[in-house]
Structures are given as C-alpha cells and as structure tokens.
Write a protein that binds this ligand. Structure first.
Ligand SMILES: Cc1cc2nc3c(=O)[nH]c(=O)nc-3n(C[C@H](O)[C@H](O)[C@H](O)COP(=O)(O)OP(=O)(O)OC[C@H]3O[C@@H](n4cnc5c(N)ncnc54)[C@H](O)[C@@H]3O)c2cc1C
Length: 494
C-alpha cells in the first residue's frame, strides 16, 4: 500500500510538491482553505475583468523549465510564454520616463541617458550579477542547508564571490552608480524578496541579472496559467485536490501528527506537509508544547512587506502604462523606512502598476483595461475601511499627477486588498504579502526553518515557509528539495 500524504494549503509550494510526491508513489491529497488553488496567486473575476491577485512577474524561467523537465515536460506543454518588449516602464519624480528594452545594449544606452558612462558600468555590474546567479543556482538554491557544515560543500573558487556577495545591495550599487534613478531601478525588486536595499545581500543583484539578461515573460492567461499547469500535472499522477477545506486542528500525539481536522472531515496520513504559514500551522497544534518556534521567535524576525492593492477595471485603454510600470518617488528611502523601520502609511510611495490586458485581451472587455496598483506597506499595518478608501483615492491621484493620465473617470469596478485580507484569506502572518520570513541574509539558507519539524516526526514544510525563500521560483524549488529529503528518508519509488 502506498503511503498517504496530506498537504495543507494549495499555494505554489504545495502544487509543485504534489506531483513530485505522487510520482514517487505517495497517495497525495491537497487540502486548501479557499475556494480556489494557487494561494497568493489567486484570481479575482469581477464585472468582466480578470485580475491576477498576486504574482505578476514570471522570473527565473530556468526554474520552471527544470521543474517540468523532471516529468519529461516543458512549460510550453501547458502554457504559452510571451516575451514583453519593452519589458517595463519607469516614471521618476522629475518627469523622466524610461522604457527598459530586452536588448542589453539598448538598456545600456538607456542607463547612459540617466548617468553618462553608466551603460558600460551596467554591463560590468551584470557580469558579477550573472556570477551570483550561477553561484545561487548551482550551490545554494537547490541545496538544503541545516548547518554551517552545509556551506562548506562549496567549491573553493566560489568563496571570493560568496564573500563579496555578502555586502549590502545599497553598498554594491552606490559604489558603482551615482544616479538615484538607477539606484531605484536596481533596488526596487528587493521588496519582492521582502528586503530593503540595506538589509539585502548584494547576492540578490542576481535579480537584476534575471531581469535585464534573462528577460521578462508573461504566461498567457496570467500566473494562474502556471497554477493550472501544476494542477493538470498533479492530476496526471492522481493527486486529489480539495478546496473550501480549511484545516482547523492538527492533532498531535506521541511526537507525531495523528490526523488533521478540517471543516469537512478528518484526514489521516503517514506524512503531513504544510504549505500554510509556519506560525499559523503551529497555532493549529492540539498540543502547543509541540511548537518549534514560540510566538516570540516570529516577533523578532523581519517579515516580508504587506501590500496595499487596488484592483481596477477601467473602461478605456491606458496608453501611458505598459504591461509593467513603476512610478518611483523621490521619497524612496522614506518609503522603505515606513515598511521596515517605522511602520506608517507612505504618503509619497513608489508604486507598481500591472496592466496585463496590454498583452492578454482575454482579461478585460474590448477597449478596456485591468490595472492592479500595488503599494508595498509594512506588515501588520491595519486601517479602517474608510481610511483605506481615502488612501486608495490618494494613490490614484498620485498616479494621475505623476503619469498624467486620468484614471478616476474610467473606473468601472474596483476592489481593495490589504493587510487584513492577507491575514484572513491566506492566514499570512501579520498580513504579509510575499511569504512570512523575508530573505535577509540572516533569514536565508540555513537560517530559514528546515523542511522537517524538529519535534514532530511526520510533519514537513514546503513553500516560502522554508528554504530557499520568497517568491514563486523558490516555492517550486522548495518542493523539489522536500521531495529529495523525503526520498532520502523513506526511499520511495524513484
Ligand atoms: C501582490 C503580490 C505580488 C507578488 N508578486 C510576485 C511576483 O511577481 N513574482 C514572484 O515570484 N512572486 C511574487 N509574489 C510572491 C509569491 O506570490 C509568493 O511568494 C508565493 O506565491 C508563495 O507561495 P507559497 O507556496 O509559499 O504559499 P501561499 O501562496 O501562501 O499558499 C499557502 C496556502 O495555504 C492556505 N492555507 C492557509 N491556512 C490554511 C489552513 N488552515 N487550511 C488549509 N489551507 C490553508 C492558504 O489559503 C494558501 O492557499 C507576490 C505576492 C503578492 C501577494
């Protein structure tokens, strides 16, 4: 009889783990609280508009290729990837606008316009970024780490790069470029790893390599097309999926999980894997003394930012925006300070706008546009509905001022989503947006919770909960690391 696995939660980590474990001979059931699978990559359908509620950047395509290759498949067996050209647009507070093209020499010319001579520096900067990318792909991301000893498996030649990559992004960039606009372009992606330029190691300039050299693609249908691909793959291997099934109690007995009690029924298995937030998972234990991390542990950690999101359906196309647009603010440092230092609603934030209907006409009625407006904010920053509506109005006005195109007369539908919604919908700790623990240096690699629970023999974790960290590609990698770990422990079919 094959072993049974129950996976709590249906985010990317779970959806990637399920087919791998099923292929290894496990009988896998995924138990998701919400009405749809995908976790933070949920879809909102409203008044004829379709919104990707979460991730919108399909980055590190190599990770997706490697994932599907394990099944003898390719992403294109499930979804079409469209290259974006230009890749994105940035507006700066002084009125400058730049479009980032796919071609690196053209991008260097864009940099030269922002700071004479910086195009050449960019090429050099990206050579190091490429080294960091390979270092991470070959030695860190796909390597589970539990102790300092695991770091020693690095080949000697990797140490100089490793040491160099430990300085902060802030220091790496300010020692290379003078332009604040270039600084903003290169550091803003750190937010999506849950970091600020000062607490992110410059190893993360690998994100700049990914962005500028591996380029930006869009999976037609949105990130939900990737969710559907993983679910289709899982079904090919017999995975069962249950939605609308919140787990309410994890019953703990004799150093093991004996069953989980969900709203509909009890689930018993040999192994349990949680893709739900780590502190939330432990809060469900019937015996709280089995917790690995007390509440205090989480209070001391850097948690990823939350996001103030506005999903807007507009009755007109918005030619001043591209598929991906950044509207940067001069109060850049202050915005980061309001996220990581002194939590407050940023009054002049840098804003990200996602308008995928530019590329995918199925997402909005003809001649109209879907726009998701994202302002990163501090986790735990709550507000009343009236305050949030006022803030939404303020953000839309800022966009109108800075970009110049009227938005308010064109809104036909809108939905707010913020801290409380992340807590309620996903049980995200402090209502964070990207995954509980930020990928700061001291919360990366061996400093993240391991795959197995220290006190409960048959409980494991997958997704941003554990290694390697935050984002969709890391969630896919974590599933592969978990599978390898279980294979080592239980030696199933493969
Ligand atoms: C607005 C936004 C933009 C983003 N942009 C990007 C991007 O462009 N690119 C990128 O790579 N990443 C991006 N991210 C981050 C990325 O979406 C996440 O890091 C990733 O999806 C997390 O996946 P996960 O598997 O760890 O878990 P989650 O997606 O958090 O899934 C966990 C699941 O567990 C379920 N659950 C919780 N409690 C229970 C329970 N008691 N019982 C049953 N189920 C439960 C939840 O409902 C959820 O479905 C973005 C996120 C957001 C919100």
């Amino acid at each position: 009889m094959s072993k049974r696995v129950v996976i709590l939660g249906g985010g990317f980590g779970a959806l990637a783990a399920a087919p791998l474990l099923a292929r290894d001979g496990y009988h896998v059931t995924v138990v998701e609280k919400n009405e749809q699978l995908g976790g933070r990559a949920s879809v909102l359908k409203k008044d004829g508009f379709v919104f990707d509620m979460g991730p919108s950047w399909y980055l590190m395509p190599e990770v997706f290729d490697r994932y599907f290759a394990q099944f003898g498949k390719k992403p294109s067996d499930y979804y079409d990837l469209v290259p974006l050209e230009p890749q994105y647009r940035a507006y700066f507070d002084d009125g400058t606008l730049v479009d980032i093209p796919r071609d690196i020499d053209e991008t260097a010319a864009v940099f030269d316009r922002l700071e004479p001579g910086s195009g050449k520096m960019l090429q050099k900067y990206l050579t190091t970024a490429q080294e960091y990318y390979r270092l991470a792909m070959d030695h860190f991301l796909y390597t589970p780490m539990q102790s300092y000893r695991d770091l020693c498996v690095l080949p000697l030649r990797a140490y100089p790069s490793l040491l160099q990559s430990l300085r902060s992004m802030h220091s790496a960039i300010t020692s290379t470029f003078r332009s604040t606009q270039i600084y903003q372009l290169l550091t803003y992606p750190m937010i999506f790893l849950g970091c600020s330029p000062t607490n992110a190691p410059s190893l993360f300039r690998l994100m700049n390599y990914v962005d500028f050299k591996q380029n930006v693609y869009y999976p037609m249908g949105g990130m939900s097309a990737v969710v559907s691909a993983l679910v289709a793959l899982g079904k090919e291997y017999g995975v069962e999926y249950r939605v609308n099934t919140p787990v309410e109690t994890i019953v703990v007995r004799d150093g093991k999980v004996s069953k989980v009690v969900a709203r509909d029924q009890e689930y018993r298995a040999d192994l349990y894997v949680s893709n739900a937030s780590y502190p939330h998972t432990e809060s469900l234990f019937s015996d709280q003394s089995a917790r690995r991390y007390p509440t205090k542990y989480w209070q001391k950690k850097v948690i990823t930012p939350s996001a103030f999101l506005l999903y807007l359906g507009l009755d007109t196309a918005m030619p001043d925006y591209l598929h991906h647009t950044f509207v940067f603010s001069d109060a850049f440092e202050q915005h980061f300070e309001h996220i990581f230092g002194d939590p407050a609603w940023p009054q002049n934030p840098s804003i990200y706008v996602n308008a995928p209907s530019k590329t995918d006409s199925t997402l909005a009625p003809a001649g109209s546009e879907v726009m998701t407006v994202l302002v990163p904010i501090a986790p735990g920053l709550t507000a009343s509905l009236a305050e949030k509506k006022r803030y939404a109005e303020h953000i839309v006005q800022l966009l109108e001022q800075k970009v110049g195109a009227p938005i308010r007369p064109h809104i036909v539908t809108q939905q707010l989503f913020s801290v409380e919604d992340f807590s309620q919908r996903y049980n995200a700790y402090e209502g964070n947006a990207f995954g509980d623990l930020s990928n700061t240096l001291l919360q990366s690699m061996l400093f993240r919770p391991p795959f197995s629970h220290a006190k409960l023999d048959n409980l494991f974790f997958v997704g941003t909960n554990t290694q390697p960290g935050v984002g969709v590609p890391p969630a896919l990698i974590s599933a592969q690391l978990l599978q390898a770990e279980l294979h080592k422990m239980y030696r199933t079919n493969t």
